[in-house]
Structure formats: structure tokens, C-alpha cells
Ligand binder design. Structure first.
Ligand code: H2U
Ligand code: ZN
Length: 340
């Protein structure tokens, strides 16, 4: 029997983390059960007097937001990380290691409009978000080794408020995911003198079957090693280590491809598509030079078959490794068909 990746169970290696995912394509020979009926439209007001993110409103502790008109950044009133921490005293058991972590957490409102999502915003407004992300990496990157920009969208992803917003955490150590990516990219660089993700982008552009959308400076793929059903990876087409290194044109084309991708996501199941997304770029602060790093964004949407049926990461995923039925190639084809 000849091995066919479109029919036979197999494992794929995530080149960015070194971890494996099990793919079971034979299970998707079952008919496609995607629901297409629209869930009831939930209209939100442009301004909500009870929203702690809307302009002019009070937040926890009684601070009032300014009457902001584009983006607005503030320090999280319930920050998970704090800038001043005492060192962990030595002498614990080697099986119970701890380390101090200093940092800060900020909230970034994408727009003063309570009723919008990043998808609905105009290109100049999305571009303003891109610029704010870059400004925050510059500012927090002076003090911190890692700046994590991310967005949790939708209740299913734990977002506490529909007002369009993301978060920014700056901290003095590399968290797990960037640490794995740092190691894999460094290893590839040392053996080829090429950035791993630049070679990967060229490979995907030449193969085409996992591409979702492309423009002059960017591409979006369902990565070969995707774990979440409609997971995507957003990549620049040239070597760019950091968001702040993007030029004026690349920031505009980034706004454009973000809108394209998010619109496809919303069309797929006729719903405001939930996800967690975030940026990874070269470590900042006084980190050693990192030519092996390539800027990229991950989108991790939980939905599997409809606006209400999500993929559960349980059982085998928790105890073995992630498993998927729909192949990355099938997911990319569906996102292409979803249209903009
Ligand atoms: P999420 O919806 O992605 O959790 O982000 C909202 C953040 O807003 C959350 O981390 C913070 C919460 O701590 N917050 C404030 O900083 N001030 C408030 O008045 C309420 C919520
Ligand atoms: Zn609001």
C-alpha cells in the first residue's frame, strides 16, 4: 500500500516549535456538515455607557478613560505581571524551581467604537492599530526582553468585553512558545544561514495549496503543521525581525491583508469569528542579536464546524499530542472559498 497524505493517518512536525501533530484525513471523507445559517445578529451600540473601554467611561478604581478618538493604551487595572518583584530566595528543592518575573500588562483599545471589530474597521483605522503595536514594541522593548501583543476575540476565547481591544504584556524573560521558536529558528539559521520562516514562506508560495491570501508584502497560510482547524500564520515576504521595522508601505499592506483574512474568517461560518491572535518577533531589551528571527502572527480560532461547534483540545490532545481531521490543505481551500 502506497502512503497517501490525503488519505492516511500521519504526523506532521511543527518546524517552528519542533512539536508534532497527528493528522487523520480519512475521517473527513465523511460529508461536510458545515452549518451556514446565520446566527441572530447581535447589534451593539456605538457607545455603551456600561463599557469600561468606551471613551469617557470609568474603569475599576474610578479612573476615567479619555475621550480618545483612535487607539488608546492603558495599564491593566488587574495586571498579571508587576514591574517590581523581589528575587526568589535560593535554596529550594531542585524539583521545585521558581524564578521571579517582572513585567507589565496593558490594554489596547483598537477603536473608540464599541460596535466594531478589527474586521469592520476601515483600513486607515487598522493601520493606526498596526502603528500602535509597533510603538508599544519600541517602548516596552527598551525595558523588557519580550513584548507579547495579542487579542482574545469572542466570549468563547474568554474575552470579557466585546469592545474591540487587545492586550500587550512586557516581561523580562522569554515565555515557553517564543523560547521554542527561538531555538528552532536559531538551529535552522546556524545550519543554512537562512531565516526559517522566509524559506517556509517561499515554499508555501511555490506550492500554493495552503495559501489563504497574498499581497505584495505578506502571505497568510494554514501552516503545514496547523493544530487548530482554521489556524493561520501571517508572514512577511522579506526578512523582517520586528514589527517596528516595517516600512510605511508594509504597514498599509498589513492592514489590508488583516482585513482580508478576518473577513474570510467571518464569512466561513457567518459569524463574528472568535480567535486568539498574537505577534512573535525577535526578542527585545538587551537580548543578543537575533538574525534568525522572522516576524509573524499566529491566529488560533477554536471553531470546527459552525459558529457554535468548536474543536476540543482534550483527551488525546492533553495526554498524547494534538490531532486534527480536516487537513491544513482542506482548511485553506475553505478559507479561500469563503471570499472577501
Ligand atoms: P480581555 O477581555 O482580553 O480579558 O481584556 C480585558 C482586560 O481589561 C482584562 O485583562 C482589564 C481586565 O483585567 N480591565 C481593566 O484593566 N480595567 C477594568 O476596569 C476592567 C477590566
Ligand atoms: Zn465600549
Amino acid at each position: 500500500m502506497m502512503f497517501k497524505p490525503t488519505e492516511h493517518p500521519h504526523r506532521r512536525r511543527n518546524a517552528l516549535t519542533g512539536e508534532w501533530v497527528t493528522v487523520s484525513p480519512h475521517r473527513t471523507q465523511r460529508p461536510w456538515l458545515g452549518q451556514v445559517e446565520k446566527p441572530p445578529a447581535t447589534r451593539r451600540p456605538a457607545y455603551d455607557p456600561d463599557c469600561y473601554l468606551c471613551p469617557g467611561n470609568a474603569r475599576a478604581g474610578g479612573i476615567h478613560n479619555p475621550e480618545y478618538t483612535d487607539t488608546f493604551v492603558f495599564t491593566n487595572d488587574f495586571a498579571a505581571l508587576l514591574p517590581d518583584v523581589s528575587p526568589v530566595s535560593p535554596g529550594g528543592h531542585p524539583l521545585q524551581q521558581a524564578q521571579a518575573v517582572a513585567g507589565t500588562c496593558r490594554v489596547l483599545c483598537f477603536s473608540p467604537r464599541h460596535d466594531l471589530t478589527l474586521t469592520d474597521m476601515g483600513l486607515p483605522e487598522i493601520r493606526r492599530v498596526v502603528d500602535t503595536w509597533a510603538e508599544q514594541v519600541v517602548e516596552l522593548g527598551q525595558r523588557y526582553r519580550w513584548v507579547q501583543l495579542f487579542e482574545n476575540k469572542g466570549e468563547v476565547m474568554g474575552s470579557s468585553n466585546p469592545h474591540p481591544h487587545g492586550q500587550i504584556w512586557g516581561l523580562d524573560t522569554l515565555p515557553n512558545e517564543p523560547a521554542k521558536e527561538d531555538e528552532q529558528q536559531r538551529h535552522y539559521w546556524l545550519s543554512t544561514s537562512r531565516p526559517l520562516l522566509l524559506d517556509y514562506a517561499e515554499l508555501e508560495l511555490s506550492q500554493g495549496e495552503r495559501l489563504v491570501c497574498v499581497n505584495d508584502d505578506w502571505l497568510v497560510v494554514v501552516p503545514y503543521w496547523a493544530v487548530w482547524p482554521y489556524e493561520t500564520l501571517l508572514l512577511p515576504r522579506r526578512h523582517v525581525r520586528h514589527l517596528p521595522h516595517l516600512n510605511d508601505e508594509e504597514r498599509d499592506t498589513l492592514a489590508n491583508i488583516l482585513k482580508q483574512l478576518l473577513t474570510r474568517y467571518d464569512h466561513l461560518f457567518a459569524t463574528s469569528f472568535p480567535y486568539s491572535m498574537g505577534w512573535h518577533g525577535a526578542p527585545t531589551g538587551d537580548s543578543p542579536p537575533s538574525p534568525h528571527w522572522q516576524l509573524h502572527a499566529h491566529f488560533y480560532p477554536p471553531l470546527l464546524r459552525s459558529a457554535t461547534v468548536k474543536k476540543f483540545m482534550v483527551g488525546y490532545e492533553m495526554l498524547g499530542e494534538p490531532q486534527r481531521d480536516l487537513t491544513a490543505e482542506q482548511a485553506a481551500a475553505r478559507l479561500r472559498a469563503a471570499g472577501t
